[in-house]
Design a protein around this ligand. Sequence first.
Ligand code: SF4
Length: 234
Amino acid sequence: MPKRVESFTPENYPLKFQEAVQKLFLYHWNVAQPELKKLALNSDQEMFYFEETMLMLMNWTNQFIEQISGVIKEKKIPLQDAFFQLIPLREQEFTSSKLSVHGFIDAIYTFGDEVHIIDYKTNAEFEIKEGIKLQLGVYSLLYHEKHGILPSKVGIFFLRHKLKMMNVDEELLNSALKEIEAVHAHTSKCGHIDEYPAVPSRLCKWGTGQCDFYEACKPFGENGKNNGKGNGKN
Ligand code: SF4
């Protein structure tokens, strides 16, 4: 994509971005055909998932076009420069031995002095619930521990809807810290593996991958049958 953007003009870039994302999606959908076949979807189901994914991608693209238009207007810079300014750091891994927490942050943007952290979700609801706030609070703590500064904003890109951001404040950080402490207090009291029954689901293993804890958890037992005694905490 970065190479292709050089040929986009101020007149045609909205259409060109939409076209480029559609082409990329079609390309990857075709590449994934052998894996998709393993899901044994009928043609209606496959069409449903194709259209749903395309819709989410177009939502993202339209928001990106708005964002890039805003940057061009505000900073009075060429399209290509605005594009490079809007490339986030992606899927960064963060680990804290102090908090005993580990996670991957989907996108990290730097706008001048401000850092914004974004997670992508395909949820049907368009609401930042308590569980999501906790996740964003934990990401803020992880970022702070690694870089010594707090992100200014965190948010969720609800791919079926739009981006929703919130400020990083003391309340968000303190409730994340309290929750982490509560989990550690609980886990240090409960030491036996039977107290952590696995909850096997389609998130354990899929065509192209598996949960990071699959080997340790063995959610389907040694022989592939669910014995419900893994370490799963999902
Ligand atoms: S922790 Fe275990 S049960 Fe949970 S998703 Fe991973 S493999 Fe499955």
